[in-house]
Design a protein around this ligand. Sequence first.
Ligand SMILES: [Cu+2]
Length: 166
Amino acid sequence: MTPFKTLLAAAAAFVALPAFAHDGVHVEDVYARSNGGIGGSGAVFLVVDNHQIEDDRLIGVTTDVAEKAELHTHKESADGVMQMMAVPEGFVIPANDSHALARGGDHIMLMGLKRELKDGDKFPLTLTFERAGEVTVEAVVDNARKEGEAGGDSMEHMNHDAAPAP
Ligand SMILES: [Cu+2]
């Protein structure tokens, strides 16, 4: 092969890489829990896989089912009470790793539902990542999932926290 042909072959091999190598992030297992009524609240949980060689960060979320969607987490206060708070700086998604938004921890909070959400309902959610940009996913309402709280209201899930993730 001439050096030029070698270069072409190398370029072709590069283009043929599997798509995920360029995709940035994959978002999986997106589900929501909600108290359901218009004006009510809900929480969305999901798993983000970061296929990039650098850390990314989930910095924003929008959806048309709620007046407001925020990145939230739970923290235990000094007196042992779990509190929910907004995390405007977002969540780090480590390079070549994943980060789960799960009950009792990081989550997406929906406030001021614009329509009723019942089990099985689906709605789109657009996540904004610092590097990967915008990713739109579909959340399914699944209040039957048993291992946690509903929308951050109930802390009864705490005794399940030692159980391994599903
Ligand atoms: Cu919350």
